[in-house]
Design a protein around this ligand. Structure first.
Ligand code: C5J
Length: 228
C-alpha cells in the first residue's frame, strides 16, 4: 500500500511496510520542567507542543504496522563514551554526568535520560542509545533499518536543528528518504526551528521533505486504540 503525503517540496510517497517512524530524544531531561533543558535556561514549553501530535502519529504508525524506533541521547555511567570536548563544552556549572533533578544528566539508566511517559516505547520497539547528535553515529540504526527493508523515515522529536537535523542529514547521505513532521519536531529556539525546516525542503528537498502531521494522518488508517 503506497500512500502519498502532501509535503514540501512535493508529495512524499511511502509504503508503511518499508517506512520507520523515528522518534528522536523525547527524553525527560529535554522536555520536562526542571530537567537539563530547563537548567540551561530554555523554555521547555516550546518542546512540549510536539507531544500531543506525536502521540497521534505514534498511534497511527503502530496501527499501520510501521516500524517505530526511539532514540535517546546519553552516555554510559562512567562517561567513557562521552568525548571530552562534549563534556567541556559550554563550561556548564551543571552538565552531562552531574547530578540533576532527574538523576545524573544524560546518563543511561537515570530517570531524566529516559523517554517521557506520554511516548513510552511499546514492547518490541527498538530504543537506541546514541552518544552523539545523529542517530546513525555509533549506533546500529542503519543495520536495523536495512535488515527490515526500511527505505523511508518519518522523522520526529527534538531538537529540530540539532539531533533531528543531524539525523536527517546522516540518513540522507545513506540513501534514506526522510519526511520531517513540522509539528512533531521542536526547538528551544523558534527561529532555528523555522529555518531548520526550510533548510530540509529547500533546493528541491536537499535533505528531505517537510509536512504537518495532519497531512500524514489523513492518509493512514484511523487507529482503534485511544491515546492515554
Ligand atoms: C541537544 C538534541 N539539543 N536531542 N540534543 O543537545 O537535540
Amino acid at each position: 500500500m503506497t500512500i502519498s503525503v502532501p509535503a514540501a517540496p512535493y508529495d512524499f510517497e511511502l509504503d508503511p511496510a518499508s517506512t520507520a517512524l523515528v522518534i528522536i530524544d523525547m527524553q525527560r531531561d529535554f522536555l520536562y520542567p526542571g530537567g537539563f533543558g530547563s537548567l540551561l535556561g530554555n523554555d521547555v514549553a516550546l518542546l512540549q507542543t510536539t507531544i500531543a501530535p506525536l502521540q497521534r502519529v505514534l498511534a497511527a504508525a503502530r496501527a499501520a504496522g510501521m516500524a517505530v524506533i526511539h532514540t535517546r541521547e546519553g552516555h554510559r555511567p562512567d562517561l567513557t563514551d562521552a568525548p571530552p570536548a562534549k563534556l567541556a563544552r559550554g563550561r556548564l556549572a551543571c552538565g552531562i554526568g552531574d547530578p540533576g533533578p532527574f538523576g545524573r544528566i544524560l546518563v543511561r539508566g537515570e530517570e531524566g535520560h529516559d523517554i517521557i511517559d506520554e511516548l513510552a516505547p511499546a514492547e518490541g520497539e527498538p530504543v537506541l542509545d546514541k552518544p552523539g547528535k545523529g542517530a546513525f553515529y555509533a549506533t546500529d540504526l542503519e543495520l536495523l533499518l536495512r535488515n527490515r527493508g526500511i527505505t523511508r523515515l518519518v522523522v520526529t522529536g527534538v531538537t529540530t536543528e540539532v539531533c533531528v537535523h543531524t539525523t536527517v542529514r546522516e540518513a540522507n547521505d545513506r540513501g534514506f528518504e526522510c519526511l520531517v513532521l513540522a509539528d512533531c519536531v521542536g526547538s528551544y529556539f523558534p527561529e532555528f526551528h523555522e529555518v531548520g525546516l526550510k533548510m530540509i525542503a529547500a533546493q528541491g528537498g536537499i535533505f528531505g521533505w517537510v509536512a504537518p502531521s495532519a497531512a500524514l494522518l489523513e492518509q493512514l488508517p484511523v487507529p482503534t486504540t485511544t491515546i492515554a
